[in-house]
Design a protein around this ligand. Sequence first.
Ligand SMILES: [Zn+2]
Length: 350
Amino acid sequence: MAADEHERAPVSGVVGPSGRGAGWYHGDCHVHTRRSHGGELTPQQLTAAAREMGLDFLVITEHNAASTPEEWAPFASDDLLIIAGQEVVTETGHWLALGLEPDQVIDRRAGLVDHGAAQVHQVGGLCVVAHPHAPYPSGTFTHPMHGFDAVEVWNGPWSSDLPWQADNETALAQWGHALAQWGHALAIDLHQGRWRPAVGNSDVHLPGQLGTPQTVVHTEDLSAAGILAGIRAGRCWITESAEIGLSVTAHADDQHAGIGQSLGTGGQSVLVDVTVSGVPSGTVTLHTDRGQVHRDVLPDNGTGSLEWSTTAAESAFVRVEVRHPSGYLAALTNPIILAGDRSWENPQRD
Ligand SMILES: [Zn+2]
């Protein structure tokens, strides 16, 4: 693709593949090369690793620097979408700008977070709180969350050998657990009419880290605009690897909804179907605004299904966690929102 074609791209993609329609796509939205402090990989190595593990998209998020079309275009093709982004590293927390224009750089000064977020939104991008409880100086996110579209509750093993760490557990609890002591729990946000989806990314700096974890996004087509819209709407779930399969659907009467969607229940009872594969002897738990409401254990072969019933009056949402016998997270979904009034459509987005 010629350079002038990149400049005409309507939204943010450094290069966009074509011809892949509606579906679930795997990607990693927090990726560093040698241009970032501590990064050891080249664009060529990262894209080769992405293809090897079957990732469909990457968002390049160098520390306070742009990812340029010149650098990435040679490695993108119809099987791999590359989206421009940035990790905005400030002294009071890090955040991801996803879907920037080629060569666009967001100001890293902590006092300008609102301004930076507005710049990202102006070009159709997303602002994501990165590893909000990371255990190193400046890693803990202390900005107010307003202006942020999503939260990275699962950040990869870049500073340790473990795929799941205590700071992720804290971020997940803050985001999704009922009665969290923090002000931005999913249940509280939802009652206020807006909620922030969860995402998970590797934050890859070293070989072997890409895609652990990865976010699986539903979009109408594999394009930068489609991926960003899917994340913005919470039509996504997080997995440790592509080896794990997970689907969740809620049914009421003749209606049904999937991850990130709202189900108008008309006051009818709701049946939630969950199917998981790839997590031997794993534990599947369902969570609502009342906390954990159901628990089931998968067989040795790692594949199983469960059903659970509720009503919109009882549960404002339902979301799923899958854990290994070790307790480490294997997969996590965004919620399905249960709305008693059938006319109530996606009120969570402005
Ligand atoms: Zn990072």
